[in-house]
Ligand binder design. Structure first.
Ligand code: XIL
Length: 397
């Protein structure tokens, strides 16, 4: 009985398709998801697919393709550099808002959500700040007050325009650091102690009651041994749990997703399990800076396809692992790539010994790579019952 019903439905469906195929050529074409942007395909699931934006490239009149792709392919944007402290306040007391304002206005015109990056980080700090602390002319007490003022000023300026703020970035060490036991590392922990983390979230919340406040870090895509002394994901999980228990207004944990094909990385189920475990703390999750680099051997640089192809394939597979895991977990609100074209990727400039590159989803001539197509197909083929719309938390008071 059931079977007969199904076959009837099948017949009706076939008849409908046949009718559609005979409509005149002037009628609209059947829906073809492969022609849709990553933005459109992601939004079917409530997922914002985003990119980091290089403002020099965006303003380069000789390269209109960059601007076109930022606005057409992505639903969310992150400033690659212009919201960092050294860029915003190069001289003490004098804020240079123009590039960050331009970035936020661009997003608004294109109806894109904005990830604010970044309020507290040990890198790209203004020289006046680091040298002032080093020579003792800025005391610890004054430093804490400068941080409070910075957070308050920046969050206030963009209040209501930022969806997610990276409040604290990369606060935790790696197993290859000294000492190898995981600890709070860098300028802020050294000068203020780890209490700056809770302070930063509270100051950000006081300035914007509605933005989602994130902790952001790398090498936290999957759990390892489960021992916080050597498992960075576990360390960050324990930190988040304890911040939540203290009532600190942390709403999300961002996993940067800087991967390399030489490391093998993770499978989809490992990454899904990690996102789910973080969600269990009541926080949102996101992939915030995804790229998958490869070593540029001499043969790769000489254009040897036998060495290039497996790298492009492995890169695509890793992009896809993170995307599938994100789709599978409803707290995973956004998937941001750290630049979309190899033309402007930070990788060759940053990882040069040995040289690395090929890390993004378009090549240097804006041709989509296999990684782009795999992200697209992940978004196209996803749906109920395994993939359900996103659930965002209410900003914590
Ligand atoms: C990088 C930028 O892409 C570079 O242009 C800049 O020179 C250095 O910083 N983790 C982060 C990002 O949180 O802010 C970094 O961005 C990449 C690593």
């Amino acid at each position: 009985m059931k079977l007969r019903q199904w076959s009837t439905v099948g017949l009706v469906a076939v008849a409908t398709v046949a009718t559609l195929n005979t409509v005149p050529a002037t009628a609209s074409r059947p829906y073809d998801p492969t022609t849709q942007s990553l933005a459109t395909l992601g939004l079917r699931h409530g997922l914002h697919v985003g990119t980091a934006v290089n403002m020099d490239a965006l303003n380069d009149a000789s390269d209109p393709q960059y601007r076109k792709l930022v606005s057409s392919e992505f639903a969310s944007v992150t400033a690659e550099n212009v919201m960092k402290w050294e860029s915003l306040e190069p001289t003490r007391g004098t804020y240079n808002w123009a590039p960050a304002d331009q970035f936020v206005d661009f997003a608004k015109r294109n109806r894109q959500s904005v990830r604010g990056h970044v309020l507290v980080w040990h890198n790209q700090l203004p020289a006046w700040l680091t040298s002032g602390v080093a020579d003792g002319s800025i005391s610890k007490q004054e430093l804490r007050e400068l941080l409070r003022k910075h957070i308050t000023t920046v969050v206030n300026r963009y209040k209501g325009k930022i969806w997610q703020w990276d409040v604290v970035n990369e606060a935790v060490s790696d197993p290859w650091d000294t000492p190898s036991t995981l600890h709070y590392k860098g300028f802020w922990a050294q000068n203020l102690g780890p209490g700056y983390i809770a302070d930063a979230f509270r100051w950000a919340r006081a300035a914007d009651p509605k933005a989602l406040l994130f902790y952001n870090d790398y090498n936290i895509e999957a759990f390892g041994s489960g021992n916080p002394a050597d498992d960075k994901t576990q360390f960050v999980y324990d930190m988040t749990k304890s911040l939540r228990a203290q009532g600190v207004p942390i709403d999300g944990v961002g996993s940067q997703g800087h991967l390399g094909t030489q490391y093998g990385n993770f499978d989809t189920l490992q990454v899904t399990a990690a996102l789910k475990k973080f969600s269990g703390l009541g926080v949102a999750t996101a992939f915030t800076e995804v790229d998958v680099r490869s070593q540029l051997t001499e043969a790769v640089q000489a254009g040897n396809s036998e060495e290039i192809n497996p790298r492009l394939q492995a890169s695509a597979a890793n992009f896809s692992v993170l995307m599938k895991a994100c789709l599978a977990v409803r707290s995973c609100l956004s998937y941001t790539v750290w630049g979309f074209s190899d033309k402007y990727s930070w990788v060759p400039g940053w990882f040069s010994d040995p040289p690395e590159g090929l890390a993004t989803i378009y090549d240097e001539n804006y041709q989509p790579k296999r990684a782009y197509q795999e992200l697209k197909s992940d978004l196209i083929f996803a749906g109920p019952p395994y993939v359900l719309p996103r659930i965002a938390p209410k900003p914590r008071r």
